[in-house]
Design a protein. Structure first.
Length: 405
């Protein structure tokens, strides 16, 4: 594969203008204050397909010959590249077929179909197996394969994000980018280093799929041969692009990994503090910062929020999990009497807490008649410190309680 250059990325920018939006680079006040830095979020989750993938997909399709366009295109994707290819093809009047790994989130499957693509499912949850099937179908039917990351036009298209970041804020001196197949970080790093060599690039992977991390660190690969659950399904790739990894080794300062739990906390943080909905892959950059795996003190940092395609049930489950991990959501049982219950309700405002009935969707209030005896409730607070204050108060008032696991 040919080397990607700044010239290729600028050509890609012209190719995609008019269909792909220039996404905002917004200042994240809360995270900046917490980490004594200037944190900016590059909101690729606001693209029409809710991810950055439309950039590379559209650039690659625009560079096809008329004959290739007539026969149609095919791609393998867990969802975001799928939507990028589907939407780009629909805009250009081209047939598209998408091969998705089994178990792809329903939101991504439905969105891909809405954009006009025919969807075929691969034999396993692994992207690599879906990719093999897409290659077979391309050869059989004459489709042109649009790879999600291992293609020069795709990498160049993703690199347009790097152009935008430095145009929007030339002071950025650190860019944090997720790594799956490597096309995103490869393109961004090429653009950033050509325009501002002093700017550092750090990549983030998941612990469950750390192949790029292992290659970068010259470690033996730890990617499992069996399916491992991964919240960041968009970067759930066992074998990254050799071309992209060549760029990573040349330009990237470091690659770190994050856990599913750290990603859950980042999804909640973005939703609660920045009012941004991010999918797992879109939140890994923030996860690395919150877990203090990247030092951002006194830096001007751009984090790529690469996508927002997450099923609502997964989003809610993730947020509830994160609240529980931070000891902000606690299920407990207490000895109920009118006096005890009034003390509990009166205590809550002082600790910024809310009380809910177990398995109930409505706030409890004093008018609710609770039976005398053991009653189970949930408390939600703004911090672990507030939760501790609440239970300390119950102990001071001699209210019998037990915290449930």
């Amino acid at each position: 594969m040919k080397t990607i250059t700044l010239k290729d990325i600028r050509r890609a920018k012209k190719n995609i203008d008019g269909i792909v939006k220039e996404t905002d680079l917004v200042y994240d006040y809360v995270t900046s204050r917490k980490f004594h830095s200037n944190i900016y979020l590059k909101l690729e989750n606001t693209q029409i397909v809710k991810s950055f993938k439309i950039r590379g997909a559209l650039n690659a399709i625009k560079n096809l010959t008329p004959q290739q366009m007539k026969k149609g295109v095919i791609a393998a994707s867990a969802g975001n590249h799928a939507q990028g290819v589907a939407y780009s093809s629909s805009q250009l009047g081209i047939k598209s077929v998408i091969v998705m790994p089994s178990g792809t989130p329903l939101a991504k499957v439905q969105a891909t179909m809405r954009f006009g693509a025919d969807v075929v499912f691969g034999p396993t949850p692994f992207f690599d197996d879906a990719n093999k099937l897409s290659q077979q179908l391309a050869q059989k039917n004459g489709y042109t394969l649009i790879p999600p990351y291992d293609h020069p036009d795709v990498i160049a298209g993703q690199g347009t994000i790097g152009l935008e970041i430095l145009q929007q804020n030339p002071k950025i001196d650190l860019v944090i980018v997720q790594i799956g197949g490597g096309g995103l970080i490869g393109g961004i790093a090429t653009a950033i280093k050509a325009l501002k060599p002093s700017c550092e690039i750090i990549g983030v992977q998941t612990e469950n799929f750390p192949d790029a991390h292992d290659i970068f660190k010259c470690h033996p690969s730890k990617c499992a041969n069996k399916y491992v659950p991964c919240l960041a399904d968009g970067i759930q790739v066992k074998s990254p692009s050799p071309t992209a990894m060549g760029i990573v080794k040349k330009y990237v300062k470091d690659v770190v990994t994050v856990t599913n739990r750290e990603i859950e906390k980042a999804i909640l943080w973005l939703a609660e503090k920045a009012k941004i909905v991010a999918e797992g892959a879109g939140a890994v950059g923030m996860a690395a910062i919150l877990a203090r795996k990247i030092n951002v003190i006194n830096r001007n940092v751009a984090i790529i929020v690469s996508g927002g395609n997450i099923d609502i049930d997964k989003f809610l489950h993730t947020c509830f999990n994160a609240i529980k991990y931070d000891n902000r959501r606690t299920n407990f049982t207490f000895w109920s009497t009118p006096k005890n219950y009034k003390l509990i309700v009166d205590t809550l405002p002082g600790v910024n807490g809310r009380l809910y009935g177990a398995n109930s969707e409505h706030d409890l209030s004093l008018k609710d008649k609770l039976p005398k005896g053991w009653v189970t409730l949930d408390i939600y607070t703004t911090s672990a410190k507030r939760t501790k204050e609440f239970f300390n108060k119950l102990s001071e008032e001699n209210i019998k309680y037990k915290i449930n696991k």
